[in-house]
Design a protein around this ligand. Structure first.
Ligand SMILES: [Zn+2]
Length: 275
């Protein structure tokens, strides 16, 4: 999940909410008193593993200044989001966002350099989720933002989320295993939840509220896998890079994949799952 920010979150407020701080390899980690040290170490390892994968596999690296903030509960994360007043979000929307296991807030610092704050909500309900998967997903968003030079990289929302999940499965070297799980969860809904309705961030969120988070993400994942099988991951990465030039996700999609997103979305939902 990603929230684009036009203004910088207030650092002193970060410190007030998250009590402890550690800096490792240019990433700042902070966490509240309810988060165990073990968990912090696991998250640090997940970040390092993802960065190494990016280097080895794509010869790229994250240049954004990253803060990782860990919360022991949904409530603590919600408080943080309320204090840091995210532009244009209502209290109700913030409460909804706090249910996500992790969020990336994409912003720029006072010198106009890219900055990202990754919020990880650690509570019982999410304990079973793979930490490496979640962190790799969030770092993929940071990478997308860099590739697109901070322009509308999330404009085709299902592709931004799907790419982050496929990337995370690749970091774990388990793409086929994840594909099987995703298909199992989503197969009955592939032609009920239209990919077209997951195009904009707003539409995506509406479907999350109508069905559920799991289901909607799985459809985004399968659509992205279908793109990947046909054009390769390099093409998907190239799509994000060209947004930095066109400033327009739909245009980039057409340029890179040779088909309009609308047409692709239609084909996918009409039973064109091509894995
Ligand atoms: Zn995401």
């Amino acid at each position: 999940m990603i929230i684009p920010l036009t203004t910088k979150a207030n650092q002193s407020k970060v410190m007030r909410t998250a009590k402890r701080l550690l800096v490792k390899n240019n990433v700042e980690y902070s966490w509240d008193h309810g988060v165990e040290k073990n968990m912090v170490n696991e998250i640090i390892m997940a970040i390092e593993r993802t960065k190494l994968f990016l280097q080895n596999e794509y010869h790229d690296q994250i240049r954004t200044h990253i803060q990782v903030v860990l919360f022991s509960s949904e409530k603590a994360m919600e408080e943080y989001l309320q204090i840091n007043k995210i532009d244009g979000l209502t209290h109700k929307q913030i409460a909804e966002l706090s249910k996500y296991p992790a969020l990336t807030i994409s912003a720029r610092d006072s010198n106009n350099r890219p900055e990202a704050i990754i919020l990880r909500n650690i509570n019982k309900a999410h304990a079973g989720l793979d930490k490496v998967f979640i962190i790799a997903h969030e770092l993929a968003h940071v990478w997308q933002a860099e590739l697109a030079q901070q322009y509308n990289f999330y404009e085709i929302k299902w592709l931004a989320e799907g790419m982050a999940d496929v990337f995370a499965a690749n970091v774990l070297e388990q793409e086929l295993a994840y594909q099987a799980i995703w298909l199992d969860i989503a197969k009955e809904y592939l032609n009920k939840i239209w990919l077209k309705s997951l195009h904009t961030p707003k539409g995506f969120q509406a479907e999350v509220e109508k069905y559920n988070m799991q289901l909607v993400y799985r459809i985004a994942d399968l659509a992205t896998l279908s793109l990947k099988r046909n054009y390769g991951m390099e093409a998907i990465i190239h799509y994000f890079s060209t947004i930095g030039v066109t400033h327009h996700a739909d245009k980039s999609f057409k340029n890179v994949f040779g088909i309009s997103p609308n047409k692709f979305e239609e084909q996918f939902s009409m039973g064109g799952l091509n894995l």
